[in-house]
Every structure is written in structure tokens, then in C-alpha cells.
Ligand binder design. Structure first.
Ligand code: NDP
Length: 257
């Protein structure tokens, strides 16, 4: 237990089950004393989240529905959060989606609809939630999203999601400039491959994991807890001088040729 986020109201978006990166983040934020507010899309995710919270004896301040494809849903969710919590001190954006048939084969075969869907849910959503959350971040704070190396390099099969993550990382920089004057910092964690529900949709995912153990400087896998602690750092005052940054939590894989 540390007190890095004691009494801070932090919104966590994207817990689908115990393997979700957002669940690793939840544990780190809870250990740091945060008051946690969750958003979910599917009813199934809400049920899994409630069971996990119960099992781990974590009290949620609030759990609200939010479909990031829908502006009204985002507005409503943040209004409810704002009304309940008063002030938001931090936001974790850990949501993404692409059709599985766009996560294999040639990127050149990406459909227009598939491209727009991936951008909509995985990238534009950060813009929309930042706009709504900002209204309640009157004391400043931090926003952290989750990205992947496929934004910087061609990672086989990551395809349309790599391009969405490139847009997401550019958004981090533009948003950091917009909200910096309100004392709000916007950063991303670029995690190495972690076996989650979403990761299952990427063709050849096992090879992406095994290469980390072979080639990354630390020669070991990345897990949800490591991403959780890095996200905690970025949300906390320890990172008060850091914004517009992409922090790699990938055992150093991105530095090797
Ligand atoms: P999960 O499948 O556990 O989490 C993805 C989350 O996105 C789910 O909670 C899902 O909610 C949510 N989501 C999808 N569409 C929407 C929507 N329209 N509105 C609201 N929520 C939505 O996978 P991960 O934990 O792996 O993914 C979390 C983030 O981490 C993603 O941005 C992913 O790209 C990123 N990341 C993952 C890596 C990995 O190897 N796993 C590596 C680097 C980054 P629901 O299930 O309720 O639909």
C-alpha cells in the first residue's frame, strides 16, 4: 500500500475480465488509495467486473455504462460521474476494437468500414472522453491511454490497429497541448504483448509474445501488473513533469533491432 493517489477520484475504462490490462491497473490504483469509478460497455463485462471487485474486496465509488462509439453515452456517463464524484483527478482509457478479419493478412485489404471502426473506438474515443472528463478535472490531473508498438513499426497482422494506435499517440500529443493549461497531463503506456481477450483477435499473437523472451533486454514477458504500476506512476504526482509521452513497458523490446 502506498498513498500516491490517496482520495483521488480515478475513472477506469476497459475492464472486461481478470486478464484485462485495466484490471492490472485497477489493482495498482487501489493499492495507491484511489477512489475508483468504472465504465463498461457490455453487461457481461459489468458482471465480471463486479465479481472481481467483490473477490478482491475493492469498493467501487461508481460503475456506469459507457459505449465510446456513442457521443451521447459518453456525455451521459461523465455527467453521472461528475454529479457523483464532483471532481475527477484521473482517467484511464484502456479500450480498443477492430474486426478480427482485419487483424490478419494484408493491411492493403483493410475495408473502409473496418478502418473507420478501429479509428472510432480505439483512437477518436480518447478525444471524446478527454473533452467530457476535462469538465470535471478542475484540480488538474492525469489521463493515460494504452498503445502498442504496432503504431511505430510494421508488426505482422496488427495492421489496422497499428494505424489506429499511431493516431492515438498523435492524439496524446495534441490533447496534452490543449489541456496542459488546465494542469491536466495526457500520456500513453506502450505495453508489450499480454494475453487478453482483445489480444486473442490478433493473428499470430503467440509469436509476438515468445519473441519478447528471446530478444527483449529483460528477456521476460510483460504482465498487467507492470502496466498497472507504470500507469499509476503517470497518473501520480511523481510524473508531474511528464506529458505528451509514450512510455514503453515492454521489457525494452522497442530498442532492439
Ligand atoms: P480487453 O479485451 O480486456 O479490454 C478491451 C476493452 O475495450 C474491453 O473492456 C471492452 O469492453 C472495451 N471496449 C471495446 N469497445 C468499446 C466501446 N465501444 N465502448 C467502450 N468500451 C469498449 O483487452 P486489453 O486489456 O488487451 O486491451 C486494453 C487496451 O490495451 C487496448 O487499448 C489495447 O489495444 C491495449 N493494448 C493491449 C496489449 C495486449 O497485448 N493485450 C498491448 C498493448 C496495448 P467490452 O468487453 O465491455 O466490450
Amino acid at each position: 500500500m502506498n498513498a500516491l493517489l490517496k482520495d483521488k477520484n480515478i475513472v477506469v475504462m476497459g475492464v472486461a475480465n481478470n486478464r484485462s490490462i485495466a484490471w492490472g491497473i485497477t489493482k495498482s490504483l487501489h493499492d495507491a488509495g484511489a477512489n475508483l469509478i468504472f465504465t463498461y460497455r457490455q453487461e457481461r463485462s459489468k458482471q465480471k467486473l463486479e465479481k472481481l471487485l467483490d473477490k478482491n474486496q475493492i469498493d467501487a465509488k461508481l460503475v456506469v455504462a459507457c459505449d465510446v462509439e456513442d457521443d451521447d453515452s459518453i456525455k451521459q456517463a461523465f455527467q453521472e460521474i461528475g454529479d457523483d464524484a464532483g471532481t475527477i483527478h484521473g482517467l484511464v482509457h484502456s479500450v480498443a476494437f477492430a474486426n478480427t478479419d482485419e487483424l490478419k493478412g494484408d493491411y492493403a485489404d483493410t475495408s473502409r468500414d473496418g478502418y473507420l471502426l478501429a479509428q472510432n473506438i480505439s483512437s477518436y474515443s480518447l478525444v471524446a472522453v478527454t473533452r467530457e472528463a476535462r469538465k470535471y478535472m478542475s484540480e488538474g490531473g492525469g489521463i493515460v491511454t494504452q498503445t502498442y508498438l504496432g503504431s511505430e513499426r510494421v508488426v505482422p497482422n496488427y495492421n489496422v490497429m497499428g494505424v489506429a494506435k499511431a493516431a492515438l499517440e498523435a492524439s496524446v500529443r495534441y490533447l496534452a497541448e490543449d489541456v496542459g493549461k488546465d494542469g491536466i497531463r495526457v500520456n500513453a503506456v506502450s505495453a508489450g504483448p499480454i494475453r487478453t481477450l482483445s489480444a486473442k483477435g490478433v493473428s499470430g499473437f503467440n509469436e509476438k509474445m515468445s519473441v519478447i523472451e528471446e530478444k527483449a533486454p529483460l528477456r521476460r514477458q510483460v504482465d498487467q501488473d507492470q502496466v498497472g504500476d507504470a500507469t499509476l506512476f503517470l497518473l501520480s504526482d511523481l510524473a508531474r513533469g511528464v506529458t505528451g509521452e509514450v512510455l514503453h513497458v515492454d521489457s525494452g523490446f522497442h530498442i532492439v533491432a
